[in-house]
Design a protein around this ligand. Structure first.
Ligand SMILES: Cc1cc2nc3c(=O)[nH]c(=O)nc-3n(C[C@H](O)[C@H](O)[C@H](O)COP(=O)(O)OP(=O)(O)OC[C@H]3O[C@@H](n4cnc5c(N)ncnc54)[C@H](O)[C@@H]3O)c2cc1C
Length: 372
């Protein structure tokens, strides 16, 4: 089976990986360089930030993140020569109003990745001595890890590029879907080239509403900008991830610390701003005051594929026989990525599914059908 995938972010690349491993032939298209959009810009936390604030459907996919990434890193690394570093730091959360609800959540669902403990100041200092004195307690999620997402994308790309059944088309914007008898026959690039396949996957992240008119669906995906900053500290300087008021610090193994992030509805604009930089810095120095002594290496913004409730669309598209969705992961596309791609593969190949697919079904798009 020949499958064309539009979009080479984490959703498209992991879908390619899942399917090529099952013997499918893959053509994967991106309007820019592979893996340089939201999936590059994100933080790589392998859990929704406050799991209880998200629908169950988000957490159900996210709970597979660490184990599936461990499997993929093990498989890809010998070929790609890239370790995307699953960094087991755990996460401290300082928002007091979330303590009780977070601990209840842990008791209710008993998911290993969301095991949590309440910490008094003394225990908190043992786990992370850099936390500001103003925080007298915290909840601690020891199992939450982070990955180096830019390296993840590179590793998958390298692995797929050496595979005889995979063809990459970078800088190839797909503009037109040639639909006939409830099927896509071919897709056409901006430069007028037609590409044929048996099945087609839409993994176009924040750009997914673009297909609404051609598919006669109103696709409720919006770009939601998030800004980030990068500090450089000595290796292993900050022992845990830290979160307060939806701002976080994510330590990498080599001492880089990713800080973010903001939320803004500014269309497809990816220009960082001075004001947001200041807001991020204030929030991060409040948690870890000594961070002020280290250099800022970078600032950037990415576009999350915002969907109404953060639950992605995964499965066959309504009214078409050979078109599949894997988009709309909003703030959690890196942690939902591996299970989303596995679910998509299982649906496409009629296999038993990793989770109940109903919550992700694209018939949720039907209510947006335009009157034509
Ligand atoms: C600042 C920030 C922090 C984040 N932190 C985290 C986190 O810690 N943990 C987490 O799980 N998630 C996080 N996320 C969310 C996560 O990054 C996204 O949900 C995820 O990357 C979406 O992946 P995607 O492949 O669907 O989209 P993208 O990575 O955006 O990929 C879509 C691709 O489709 C291509 N494309 C679009 N239209 C076309 C077309 N017509 N033709 C060809 N190609 C096309 C684009 O060029 C792009 O490369 C964060 C996001 C941001 C912005």
């Amino acid at each position: 089976m020949h499958i064309a995938i539009i979009g080479a972010g984490v959703s498209g690349l992991l879908s390619a990986l899942e399917l090529v491993e099952q013997g499918c032939q893959i053509s994967i298209f991106d309007q820019q360089q592979v893996g340089k959009a939201a999936s590059w810009a994100g933080g790589g936390i392998l859990s929704p930030m406050y799991p209880w604030r998200y629908p169950r459907a988000v957490n159900e996919l996210a709970q597979f993140a660490k184990t599936l990434y461990q499997e993929w890193n093990h498989k890809l690394q010998p070929v790609s020569a890239i370790d995307f570093q699953i960094h087991e730091t755990g996460m401290l959360i300082f928002d007091e109003e979330d303590f009780e609800i977070g601990l209840d959540y842990k008791d209710r669902y008993q998911e290993p990745m969301q095991y949590a403990e309440y910490l008094q100041r003394e225990q908190l200092e043992q786990i992370n001595p850099l936390i500001s004195d103003q925080f007298k307690h915290a909840i601690y999620f020891p199992e939450i890890a982070n990955i180096r997402n830019p390296r993840l994308l590179q590793s998958i790309e390298q692995y797929l590029k050496q595979h005889p059944n995979v063809q990459f088309y970078q800088h190839t914007e797909i503009e037109h879907l040639d639909i006939e008898n409830d099927q896509i026959k071919s897709i056409k690039s901006k430069s007028g080239q037609n590409y044929y396949a048996d099945q087609f996957i839409i993994a176009t992240g924040a750009w997914s509403a673009k297909w609404a008119e051609q598919l006669e669906l109103s696709i409720p995906i919006q770009p939601v900008q998030g800004q980030m900053m990068l500090f450089k500290t000595p290796p292993n300087w900050l022992p845990t991830m830290c979160m307060n008021k939806v701002m976080y610090l994510i330590p990498r193994m080599d001492g880089h610390i990713v800080c973010g992030s903001s939320v803004a509805h500014v269309g497809f604009n990816t220009e960082p701003t001075v004001q947001t930089k200041q807001d991020i810095l204030t929030a991060c120095f409040e948690m870890v005051p000594e961070l002020v002594n280290f250099p800022i290496e970078k600032q950037w913004a990415g576009l999350r594929p915002g969907s109404p409730d953060g639950v992605p669309y995964i499965g066959k598209m309504p009214n078409l026989n050979n078109v599949w969705a894997n988009f709309g992961h909003y703030r959690n596309g890196l942690c939902m990525g591996p299970a989303s791609a596995r679910l998509l593969r299982q649906l496409m190949l009629n296999e038993k599914t990793i989770v109940n697919p109903q919550a992700y079904a694209t018939d949720r798009l039907k209510q947006y059908l335009s009157a034509v």
